[in-house]
Design a protein around this ligand. Structure first.
Ligand SMILES: [Zn+2]
Length: 418
């Protein structure tokens, strides 16, 4: 709570009445979220606001539907206090994740719990004009089939696997994304749908979701690393996403780890992505099988090595296949070295590891964690927490919903998505 208290005192100095009221409202809403079930008296004590002010704010929050009364708590001498909780089902957010070969859409409650989700085929490489009608249809469908009044939907967060200008909701130019560079996803969707639209990069949104609703809850500076077919990341510093000058911060996969390494799709040589990503791991297994390596991957893919996916490789690792284990373990070691570089650069409180490689393979996770700890500068590395993503495989989709959800919980004046 110290963050909110300091925000409050900072804003009070130069704020006006309306702003102060709105900041106080936000403080109480977050106290209910963090401490529930909590009484009005305890909310007043924690916030250091006058009890009468807290009661008035709580009445407003109940009237708006954000908070509800949930029975009586223990007495501390007088009457039993009425306890308060977040009314998590009163408002919803829609999260949309554009992924390599499919689209995932969900509705979440106020605490980012997925209430319903759907997945459909979508080839984002087809470009935005072909993809947009499918995206709009999927959003309309999930909201319509749940019979939700439009005014209960706080907004729609949509995430894209590339750099994004979040202020305008425009996809930034990138050589691997033909047709998407310069496309305003926000305005295109807003012209089709009666909701506020929030657009961000997938790994940034996942980091944001982990901060508010996942493994990084309560942390103000941490790194989120997504180890999947590609390697990406999000950087949160002092409670805000750090985006860098061109929205490209967190492109962890394009850190050079071998100056003589093979060429990466970005044009550079020896990037972590080209050596240790899920795509590289899969390609390497296929190449090794062609050179005579013994692995169960071929059998798992029905004898057709071109059908081997990252999933196949990770299944082989779980089965104890020694070749697959060795490659995935090495991938973890390289990612661990990348993490050690980041630990030395950012000195974060926490690293959250997500994506299929980290979540489906203990071999990868442990290898990355141990290497990072061993290779980072001693004072930073020895006690760094490296934990798996709590949002798991839903991190991007739930992260997308969190872009809309956190407009409710973030302090006015600090809104990253507004
Ligand atoms: Zn690269």
């Amino acid at each position: 709570m110290s963050r909110m208290i300091s925000l409050r005192s900072g804003a009070v100095r130069k704020g006006n009445q309306k702003l102060i009221k709105s900041i106080n409202r936000n403080i109480i809403l977050n106290i209910v979220r963090e401490y529930a079930p909590v009484s009005r008296a305890d909310a007043a004590r924690i916030s250091r606001l006058y009890p009468a002010t807290v009661s008035s704010i709580v009445n407003d929050l109940i009237a708006e539907g954000f908070v509800r009364e949930v029975g009586l708590g223990d007495s501390t001498g007088g009457r039993q206090p009425v306890m308060l909780k977040l009314n998590t089902g009163a408002y919803l957010a829609c999260g949309v994740s554009i992924e390599v070969d499919h689209l995932r859409v969900c509705l979440t409650d106020l605490e980012a719990k997925v209430m319903v989700s759907e997945e459909q085929a979508l080839v984002w490489q087809d470009g935005p004009r072909k993809c947009l009608p499918h995206i709009v249809k999927a959003i309309r469908k999930i909201i319509d089939t749940q019979n939700i009044p439009g005014d209960k939907v706080l907004g729609i967060g949509i995430v894209y696997p590339g750099p994004v200008d979040t202020a305008s909701g425009t996809i930034l130019a990138s050589p691997h994304m033909p047709g998407w560079g310069g496309y305003s996803l926000k305005s295109s969707l807003e012209s089709e749908l009666p909701f506020e639209i929030f657009v961000d990069n997938d790994a940034n949104a996942a980091a944001w979701g982990e901060k508010w609703f996942g493994a990084a809850r309560g942390y103000s500076s941490f790194l989120y690393i997504m180890a999947d077919y590609g390697l990406g990341g999000g950087i949160v510093i002092d409670d805000q996403l750090y985006r860098g000058r061109n929205g490209g911060a967190g492109e962890f996969g394009h850190m050079t780890v071998d100056i003589n390494g093979p060429q990466c799709k970005c044009g550079n040589f020896g990037c972590l992505d080209v050596i240790a990503s899920g795509t590289s791991v899969t390609r390497r297994i296929i190449r090794d099988i062609k050179s005579g390596a013994e692995t169960v991957c071929k059998e798992l893919a029905g004898g057709d090595i071109e059908r081997i996916t990252l999933d196949t490789v990770l299944e082989a690792v779980v089965m104890g296949d020694s070749h697959a284990c060795a490659i995935v373990e090495e991938s973890g070691r390289y990612v661990g070295i990348g993490l050690a570089n980041l630990i030395n650069t950012f000195n974060p409180e926490l690293i959250v590891l997500g994506g299929q490689l980290a979540l489906k393979s203990d071999v990868f996770f442990e290898s990355a964690k141990e290497t990072a700890r061993r290779r980072a500068w001693l004072a930073f590395g020895r006690d760094i927490s490296i934990v798996p993503s709590a949002l798991g495989q839903d991190a991007c989709m739930v992260g997308a919903a969190s872009l809309a959800l956190t407009t409710v919980f973030q302090s006015p004046g600090m809104l990253a998505y507004a």
